[in-house]
Design a protein around this ligand. Structure first.
Ligand SMILES: [Zn+2]
Ligand SMILES: [Zn+2]
Length: 118
């Protein structure tokens, strides 16, 4: 899908929401597609978000639900697997398994170690 057609779908969604509201909707409020399908602009698939942060959160939950069936699960940045939050370390910038994080830095150290020998 090209960027242009994606924009068109979003504009179409906005127009549908505005027709339901009966007034223009501020661009401060992103429109979220409940099923993650931006082409599905049926009224009950559209949600008006408080702000962009909330929309990012909704998209994350939708994505998690589509992939693993659990909206509360998060993706580990290292192994790309979804898992329950209790099994993950969550920082403001990333989410990961402690073991994946350890493996990652272990491998980085191995690489830099062998480079040092060259
Ligand atoms: Zn969305
Ligand atoms: Zn992991």
């Amino acid at each position: 899908m090209t960027k242009t057609s994606d924009m068109t779908y979003h504009r179409r969604a906005r127009r549908i929401v505005e027709s339901v509201l009966g007034k223009p909707l501020s661009t401060k409020h992103p429109i979220h597609h409940l099923d993650g399908n931006h082409k599905n602009n049926s009224k009950n698939n559209l949600v008006i978000c408080e702000n962009r942060t909330y929309h990012v959160l909704l998209d994350m939950r939708t994505q998690a639900f589509l992939v693993c069936g659990k909206a509360n699960w998060r993706k580990c940045v290292f192994c790309k697997q979804y898992d329950a939050l209790k099994n993950l370390s969550v920082t403001p910038t990333s989410t990961y398994h402690k073991s994946c994080n350890n493996n990652y830095y272990h491998n980085v150290r191995k690489v830099t170690g062998s480079l040092a020998k060259m």
